[in-house]
Structure formats: structure tokens, C-alpha cells
Design a protein around this ligand. Structure first.
Ligand SMILES: [Zn+2]
Length: 305
């Protein structure tokens, strides 16, 4: 896979001024569509990361063309059903805590729905109409048949929905992947009813694991076009008009097997540790840890100024 890279402005504030923070680390011979799959093995490849001189967002520059990214996500492999279910249960807890704030439970949209694991949870929480958008064909194919019909194979496009029509939009582990995250957040705002909520989960650049591991952290990844923290994530939401309801660290529950794969162990050790965990049954243990993710809950104001 050959990557043609193009320069960009700061995706948060539009500034052209930036400082190089980390040079690119890309091995094109190892670059395959699986590089763009969710919950894959970390590859320790990343684009050149710069810090915006104005808003200090850390973002990739230059980046692959949007068409290249769209194609890569369309062809991306789906990795694991048990893990997507675990993640969906974590997100369900986050969402349940905010249900009382919603205007109604009529309509919800999940952006980057994967195999529909969270769409399933939204139905279970009582939402009448639920839609997921997901670019990867393999992820949709992995969805249970009853859910598959609710998933649209597409990148998120606001024009596919009615303005002011949704109670809830969720966007989990997606923002880092978008060439224009500010546009997506603005469009989400336009689609929500007044009082509607946007819930985002994103990697926290300031999390302990990210600070300890530096560019060996799995958040430095070829797929990640920007990395947020509490401040830059809040800025992104507030620029679109949202009020911040809450920002919290996410405690993820995953099988031990998955934590072992994510861990920064030497490549030769990982399959052995994983195999041992599976053989002993320990791989299926559910372990809850803070994996360095932030959840942002944001509300579209009821009285627009
Ligand atoms: Zn900026």
C-alpha cells in the first residue's frame, strides 16, 4: 500500500503555524488495510505529528488524501466481536448515566458503528429509531442479522439525516480518524434536537499511559490524524456551539487477552502471552482498567442565541 501524503491546516483552529513534535514512522511494506481496522494489534507506525502554534492541538501533518482514507476504511478488516461487545457495554454505562438529560428516546445515531454492538445497546435502552453509520464492509458483515439492517455502509454525511431530528449522537473512538473532526462535530450539532446530546469517547493525550509510553503508546498510530485532551476536546465541542455537560476518564472492560495484545510487550512475546492466557481460560477474564480514554458529553443548548 502506497501512501500519498498532503499537507493540512490545524483541524481544530485552522492555523497554518505548527512545530514538528514527532517525525513520521511508516514502513510502507507493512502497510495493509488491517492498519485501518479497529482494535487491531498496535503496529507502532504513525504519521509526522505537529503541535499547532495557536491552539496547541497535536495533529498529523501531512496526512493521506481523504479518498485514500475512505477506501482504506471501506476495505478495513473487522477484528473481534467479543471486544466490540465489551466496548459497547462500557459505552452503555456512560450513556445510561445521561439518559435523564435527553429530550426523548426517539432517535439515536451511532457514528462509526462497527458491527453494531452499540446500536444493539441503544435499542435495549429503549430508543425507538436507531441508525449506525460504518464505512467498513467487513464490520457490517460481522453484525448480527437483526442489527445489520440498521447499519448504513457509509462515511458519516449530515445530508443523510434531517436537521434537529436526533436525541442522541454517539461517536466512540472515531474523532482521531477523521480528516475534518470539526466539521463532523458541527454537523452532529445541526442534526441534534435542541437539548440533544453528543457523547464522544476519544484517546486522552495526557493519560498516564500516553505520557509514560510516548510514541510507543498505541495512540500514536497511522490511523490517528489528531489526538485530543480535555482542553482541545472541549474547544472542539464549544466551537461548534455545544455546552459541555461532563468530561470523564473511561474505565474500559475488556478480556485479558485484549489487554495483553494492546500492551507494549515485545512482538515475539505477545502471541505467547496471548496463547497462554487463552489456554488457561484467563484470556476470557473481564478486566476493567482505565485505558486512557476520555468521554465527553455535550449538549446542544435549548435556546439558541
Ligand atoms: Zn490549532
Amino acid at each position: 500500500m502506497k501512501l500519498e501524503l498532503v499537507p493540512r491546516l490545524c483541524p481544530l483552529c485552522g492555523s497554518a503555524e505548527s512545530r514538528l513534535r514527532t517525525k513520521a514512522r511508516i514502513d510502507e511494506s507493512r502497510l495493509t488495510v488491517s492498519a485501518f481496522a479497529s482494535r487491531k494489534l498496535p503496529e507502532f507506525m504513525h504519521l509526522a505529528m505537529v503541535e499547532c502554534a495557536s491552539c496547541r492541538l497535536l495533529y498529523a501533518n501531512p496526512v493521506p488524501r481523504p479518498e485514500t482514507l475512505a477506501q482504506a476504511y471501506r476495505e478495513a478488516a473487522f477484528v473481534s466481536r467479543p471486544e466490540s461487545r465489551c466496548a459497547a457495554l462500557t459505552y452503555r454505562k456512560l450513556t445510561e448515566a445521561r439518559l435523564n438529560l435527553l429530550p426523548a428516546r426517539e432517535s439515536a445515531l451511532d457514528i462509526g458503528a462497527g458491527d453494531g454492538a452499540f446500536v444493539e445497546q441503544l435499542l435495549d435502552l429503549g430508543f425507538a429509531q436507531v441508525v449506525g453509520v460504518e464505512p467498513s464492509l467487513a464490520s457490517i458483515a460481522a453484525a448480527p442479522p437483526a442489527i445489520r439492517g440498521l447499519l448504513r455502509n457509509a462515511l458519516f454525511e449530515a445530508s443523510a439525516f434531517r436537521p434537529n431530528s436526533l436525541d442522541l449522537i454517539s461517536c466512540f473512538q472515531v474523532l482521531e480518524h477523521l480528516p475534518e473532526p470539526a466539521k463532523t462535530v458541527r454537523e452532529a450539532y445541526s442534526l441534534l434536537k435542541p437539548g440533544g446530546l453528543l457523547i464522544i469517547v476519544a484517546h486522552d493525550l495526557r493519560a498516564l499511559s500516553a505520557r509514560l509510553l510516548g510514541t510507543r503508546s498505541p495512540i500514536y498510530d497511522i490511523e490517528h490524524l489528531q489526538l485530543f485532551d480535555r482542553r482541545t476536546g472541549s474547544m472542539l465541542l464549544q466551537k461548534a456551539g455545544f455546552e459541555i455537560v461532563a468530561i470523564e476518564a473511561v474505565r474500559n472492560c475488556y478480556p485479558l487477552d485484549y489487554w495483553l495484545r494492546l500492551a507494549p510487550l515485545p512482538a515475539a512475546v505477545k502471541p505467547l502471552a496471548g496463547a497462554a492466557a487463552r489456554r488457561t481460560g484467563a484470556g476470557d477474564l473481564r478486566i476493567t482498567l482505565s485505558a486512557g480514554n476520555l468521554a465527553f458529553t455535550a449538549r446542544k443548548p435549548t435556546a439558541s442565541a
